[in-house]
Design a protein around this ligand. Structure first.
Ligand code: G6P
Length: 580
């Protein structure tokens, strides 16, 4: 995880780097640091959020420089502390790192035997030591020799205190080179530099970039590499709050427009979507919310008569999967950079199985390496807890299912969807009222069957990740096989009931918990007598989850707000999980 940014040009870098780190904070936020260079290196670090680092920087006398690197951390090796925060410096080399070095321990021992002294418990310091060890007078050579010994993942921005240059290299972890007017940037994410440029170059594995104020050069194994300059389709507006207090609320409110855009793009142009009819088996793989979107997809495709298997990527990658031919593996990922999902994709690719990416980030690893890819076009999602990307992932799955099995009712209903979403999202007063009745609870349960179970999984995850209330989701029929023992007077139970065929069954299960003291919150498309209920419009079955999830996102938001949580950056999490 972690976010890195580097700058070289004619401006002072500190403001650019701090601004950039704030945009990268979603990648990790337990500590941060910056290094400035002008003949000497000045390093400033702080634990906690970027605002702490900013305050520290504002109170220090800074060297006058035009070169700098910075980092925001999600700790893997070593606790979050100032000493373990990046940048790390050994000898001439100062660097920031995103990734994990798996053989750090062996390399450290090897270097210690040669007399190198280490100050931190990080794997990153080992990389600095290794480059410094190999550096004689040629940095590119030293980097090349060092990375040839590294096992694991890395994106690095590197300063050598002997040179007015900035270096970068990556393997597995994302890193791009931003091209400005007589200035260059190195960053984990284009969103961090959009204030300055939307032009960028994607860097391949182990390509070494050397930047001066007015030139860039990319080499791999002594050979010059030429790469196309790309233009990002993200706008600056995507990366600002635009009047909202939190990105989560801003992003939920973007759902109607984004859904409308995607429907308009595909509904009369289904040929541009891959045809799943030719596959006899589909495997769906993802992590977190992307996996729950996949669970909704499983329900859709099963109804279409396709054999489905679904798993979280961290399990799928290590399972002994017997692939039949005519199998498609669908990889769902907002970032397109989740380490486990990448590994699952490569497993399928290595078995010559077709892969389909449903991703948000253009040119991300998953988008690039899958046989087919569909961009969900959510724009930048900044809140760590996904909302709009989840809805668009589900919409793509529903369009794919419609393509397998078209019918007129779907066509009629899909056009109503954006407006219906808008109306549902406008009921903020009601969601706040429900949040008032939830926020003091320690445990909340969600129940549902089939697709409603998938919806309840996402509702439960959203609530726990942003509000820190313990919450769990159960298949409605399974509750009585143990978990019902936890239900007591006043326990909140959300019941998701959108599927007509099993409505009565789920309602019976809800009655079982009500008779044991539970306080129900009903989310469904038929009116009921319960006091707390969210009635969503009745719409085609394949579209129903798209209306059931946004109210649950809203409730999670307002509960977190009442509890005073850090909504956009919940503790211990990171948006893009680029480690196993
Ligand atoms: C993290 C995020 C989740 C997300 C999951 C998968 O855990 O906090 O919100 O669903 O990663 O991320 P991806 O980018 O692959 O969708």
């Amino acid at each position: 995880m972690c976010g890195i940014i580097g700058y070289i040009g004619s401006k002072r870098p500190e403001k650019i780097l701090i601004e950039g780190l704030k945009k990268l904070e979603y990648r990790g936020y337990d500590s941060a640091g910056i290094a400035l260079y002008n003949k000497e290196v000045q390093i400033i670090k702080s634990i906690g959020k970027i605002s702490n680092l900013e305050e520290k920087i504002n109170n220090e006398k800074l060297i006058d420089s035009n070169i700098g690197i910075a980092h925001t951390r999600w700790a893997t090796h070593g606790e979050p502390s100032e000493i373990n925060a990046h940048p790390h410096r050994i000898g001439h080399i100062t660097l920031v790192h995103n990734g994990i070095i798996e053989n750090a321990k062996e390399l450290k021992e090897k270097l210690q035997n040669k007399g190198v002294k280490f100050n931190t418990s990080t794997d990153t310091e080992v990389i600095a030591a290794l480059i410094n060890y190999y550096y004689k007078d040629n940095m590119e050579k030293a980097i090349e020799e060092a990375i040839s010994e590294l096992k694991g993942s890395y994106a690095l921005a590197i300063i050598n205190d002997q040179e007015d240059k900035l270096y970068a290299v990556r393997c597995e972890s994302p890193l791009i080179l931003g091209i400005g007017d007589n200035e260059y940037f190195i960053t984990s994410d284009i969103g961090a530099i959009l204030n300055y440029t939307n032009k960028y170059v994607l860097l391949g594995q182990n390509e070494i970039v050397t930047l001066t104020k007015d030139s860039y050069n990319i080499v791999k194994e002594d050979t010059k590499v030429f790469r196309k300059v790309e233009v990002s389709n993200l706008s600056l507006e995507d990366t600002t709050l635009n009047g909202y207090d939190h990105y989560m609320m801003k992003e939920i409110n973007e759902e109607p427009v984004l859904v409308d855009n995607l429907i308009k793009k595909y509904i009369n142009n289904l040929d541009s979507l891959p045809d799943l009819n030719k596959y006899k088996n589909i495997h769906i793989v993802g992590c977190g919310s992307a996996y729950y979107a996949g669970m909704i997809g499983k329900n859709l495709f099963e109804e279409d008569g396709i054999k489905i298997e679904i798993d979280v990527a961290s399990e799928y990658r290590y399972r002994n999967i017997i692939y039949d031919k005519d199998t498609l593996v669908i990889l769902i990922s907002q970032s397109g950079e989740t380490a486990d999902t990448i590994a699952a994709m490569r497993k399928a690719n290595d078995n010559n199985i077709d892969t389909l990416a449903i991703v948000n980030v253009q040119s991300s690893t998953i988008e690039r390496e899958c046989t087919y890819s569909i961009l969900i076009e959510a724009g930048k999602e900044i809140a760590v807890a996904t909302t709009k990307a989840f809805i668009l992932q589900v919409l793509v799955l529903s369009l794919l299912s419609y393509k397998i099995n078209p019918d007129n009712k779907y066509l009629e209903d899909i056009k109503k969807l954006p407006q219906q979403l808008k109306v549902l999202l406008d009921k903020t007063g009601y969601y706040k009222k429900l949040a008032d009745s939830i926020y003091k609870h320690e445990d909340v349960f969600f129940i549902g069957r089939k697709v409603d179970y998938a919806i309840s999984m996402e509702g439960s995850l959203k609530l726990k990740e942003v509000s820190y209330i313990h919450s769990d989701s159960y298949q409605a029929g399974e509750l009585k096989h143990g978990t019902i023992s936890l239900v007591k007077e006043g326990t909140i139970v959300f019941a998701i009931v959108t599927d007509d065929e099993i409505r009565d069954k789920t309602i019976s299960n809800l009655e079982e918990v009500i008779s044991r003291g539970a306080k129900p919150i009903y989310v469904g498309n038929a009116d009921v007598d319960y006091e707390n209920k969210i009635i969503i419009p009745k719409i085609h079955k394949k579209l129903q989850p798209l209306l059931a999830v946004p109210p649950l996102q809203m409730i999670a938001y307002y509960v977190a707000l009442k509890r005073g949580c850090d909504i956009d950056k919940p503790k211990n999490l990171a948006k893009s999980v680029t480690v196993e």
